[in-house]
Design a protein around this ligand. Structure first.
Ligand code: A3D
Length: 321
């Protein structure tokens, strides 16, 4: 059966998503939606013109009309403003909340059956607002952050240890902000636990601490280097992994911002946890055993997400319902 993916926001991440999805042959139809319609149409045409070289048969369309997202299987949202150097993700809240309300209405009226992946920051709050504004089921609305944060953590470890990143598995949980929680105790490198690698002194405690800090500040490091805009290649690749697991019913366990209904002791909040993504959307939240330090750090992160959601309610009281 033919598959359709719509991308709301055709900026840096939106364009990269479209290109990756076409190269991977994940969809028959890709719609790029943006208020800046020339940008959406231009990128759609540019990517379509690469199909003769890359050899894909995907229909690409740029639009600013929500009717064009009808019957989408997957929608990935990047509409919003990114950070400028010196800004935190939280500074984007007011502007991106207004944008996400419009996007939610467009999806509710035209593609309410879709699996919706949100990337717009501040991630945990925007995905929660998106679910509330759209009224879509919680298992069909999910945020991308943990895959990216985990990939950054794995990359820094691979560089330090001189091991291929493909031999490293790890997880980063919690909110997508400076309080995110990389999990050294759930990290396996070349079949060995990170704890045993620490014992063998192949990496020092201080090295690990600075890798954790660099992971937490991974987005800001790129914002500073680029001077304009924020990371887009790795965020797009991460969003595609989620879409693929849903469309192909791969049932991969992936760290994502998912709705928690008592799991990890958290109720009625979106935050980063491992989830199984399959044809029903978020099919299960996996509850990992966290040690005391991990649990304490996770709780600090949840507190930060809750506080920011309180700020969102001050901006729009309808979010308290
Ligand atoms: P950018 O290149 O500016 O693209 C955003 C696009 O959204 C622009 O083309 C805008 O025209 C468009 N837009 C604005 N308002 C609307 C609207 N109402 N309807 C439709 N389109 C609209 O940004 P980007 O692609 O670099 O980043 C997009 C978002 O992702 C930002 O909020 C970033 O902070 C966020 N981001 C999140 C992560 C995570 O890991 C969660 C990583 C990197 C970036």
């Amino acid at each position: 059966m033919s598959k359709k993916i719509s991308l709301i926001g055709a900026g840096q991440i939106g364009g990269t998503l479209a290109h990756l999805i076409a190269l991977k042959g994940l969809a028959d139809d890709i719609v790029l939606f943006d208020l800046a319609v020339g940008l959406a149409k231009g990128k759609a045409l540019d990517i379509a013109q690469s199909s003769g070289v890359s050899g894909f048969n995907t229909n690409l369309k740029g639009t600013n009309n929500y009717k064009d997202i009808k019957d989408s299987d997957v929608i990935i949202i990047t509409a919003g403003v990114p950070r400028k150097p010196g800004m935190t993700r939280d500074d984007l809240l007011g502007t991106n909340l207004k944008i996400i309300k419009q996007v939610a209405e467009g999806i509710k009226s035209n593609a309410s059956e879709a699996f919706v992946i949100c990337i717009t920051n501040p991630l945990d709050i925007i995905v929660m607002a998106l679910q509330k504004y759209s009224g879509l089921p919680t298992q069909k609305v999910v945020g991308m952050a943990g895959i990216l944060d985990s990939s950054r953590f794995k990359y820094f470890l691979s560089q330090k240890l001189g091991k291929p990143i493909t031999e490293i598995s790890s997880l980063v949980l919690g909110g997508h902000g400076d309080t995110m929680v990389p999990l050294p105790n759930h990290t396996i490198i070349d079949g060995k636990s990170l704890a045993s690698i620490l014992e063998e002194k192949k990496i020092s405690d201080n090295d690990l601490k600075s890798i954790i800090q660099r992971t937490r500040k991974g987005g800001a490091e790129i914002v500073k280097l680029l001077e304009k805009g924020s990371a887009f290649y790795a965020p797009a690749a991460s969003g595609v992994e989620m879409a693929e697991s849903y469309l192909k019913n791969q049932k991969k366990t992936l760290p994502c911002a998912a709705y928690l209904n008592g799991e990890y002791g958290v109720k009625n909040l979106y935050a980063g946890v491992p989830v199984i993504i399959g044809e029903k959307g978020v099919e299960k939240v996996i509850e990992l055993k966290l040690n005391k330090i991990e649990k304490d750090n996770f709780d600090v992160s949840i507190k930060a997400v809750k506080e920011l959601f309180e700020s969102a309610i001050k901006i729009d009281s309808s979010l308290s319902k």
